[in-house]
Design a protein around this ligand. Sequence first.
Ligand code: COA
Length: 332
Amino acid sequence: MGFFNGVPVSIKGTGMYVPEKVLTNQDLTAMVDTSDEWIRDRTGIRRRHIAAEGELTSSIAEKASREALRNSGISPEDLDMVIVATNSPDTLFPGVAPKLQGMLEAKKAGAFDVQSGCTSGVYSMAIATGGIASGVWKNVLVVGAEVLSRIIDWTDRNTCVLFGDGAGAMVLGPAADGEGHFISANMRSDGTKHDQITLLGGLVEYPASGETLEKKLHYVAMKGNDVFKFVNRVIPPFLKEYCLESGFQPEDISWWFFHQANQRIIDKTAERLGINPEKVVINIHEYGNTSAASVFLALCEFMREGKLQKGEKLLFTAFGAGMTYGGIIYEA
Ligand code: COA
C-alpha cells in the first residue's frame, strides 16, 4: 500500500457501453440445468448483456472510450497512454490497447493491455495514476473491456450463469484547481491459488491440440466454491487494513465500488466492514460479472446519476484470477 505523491491525478470523464443483446436467467434455463431462482439467490444476477456476432472487445472498448473522452473534454491527440484492462482480448497480440489507440487516432499515445484477472481494472487505474503523478504521462485513457461470452463454456452451469460482456472507460489527467484526486492504492496477489480460475488452453503450457479442444481447455474454468471461501476470508480484513492505513475508518468511505462478482460476497464484505449498504454501488443484477470492466461500469452509471458530491471518498476494489486483489481510493 502506498500514497500517490507528486502531481494530483483526477478522473476527467467516464463512459461505458454494453451490448444490446440481453440474456436473462430464464433464457439460461433452456441451455443448462439451472433456474432463475438459483441464480438470483446464489449470485444476485438477473440478466447479462452479450456481444453480437462480430462485436469485439476492441469495438465495445472504442464506444466506451469515445464517451469518456467526450465527457472529459480531452481529445485523442492529447492522450499520452491508452491502457486496456481485459481478460478477453480480441487476440493475444496485438493487444486491444494498440488497436484502440489506432481506432481513436491517438497519435502521440503508447498503448498496452493489463491482464491479471478481474483485478486488472483496479491495477490499471493505479498504473495510470502512478504514471501521471510521476510526470511521465499527462492524459491517460483507462478502459476495462470484456467479451467473456466467447470464452465461456455455455454447457457449464458453474460458469456460464455468472459472466457478461461490457466496457467502461475513464480519462485521467492532472487535477485542475478544485478537482478530485486519487489518494492511495494497494495491490496484492496470492499466486499459490493460481489454479482457482483458469483458461489453460492454446498457449505455452497447453498448446492448442485436439486434446485441449476435447478437454475444453479453451474455456474459463473455475473452482467457484474455493474462490468464494478465499474471497470471504481475505477481502474483508484486507479492505479494513487498507482503509486504516490510508487514514480512514471504513465508514469514512462515501461510496464503495466492489467488483460485481456475487451479491452475497458484496453483502458479507459490507456487513463485516460495518458499511451502510446504501453506500455500496450495485449493478450485478443487470450485467453479471463483467470482470475487468465491472468497477468502470459501476462508476460510469453512478456518474450519470449525478450523485457525486465534492470531497466524497470512493473506494474501488476487485479480486480475480491469480488470485489477485486490490483497492484504490479517490477523493472527489
Ligand atoms: N444452477 C443450479 N445449480 C447449480 C448451479 C447452477 N448454475 N451451479 C452449481 N449448482 C449446484 C452445484 O452443483 C451444487 O449442487 P450439489 O449440492 O448437488 O453438489 C449446489 O448448486 C451448490 O454448489 P456450490 O458451488 O456449493 O454453490 P455456491 O453457493 O458456492 O455458489 C457460486 C456457487 C459459483 C455462485 C459461488 O461459489 C461463487 O460466486 N463463487 C465465487 C465466484 C467468483 O466470484 N468468481 C469470479 C471471480 S472474479
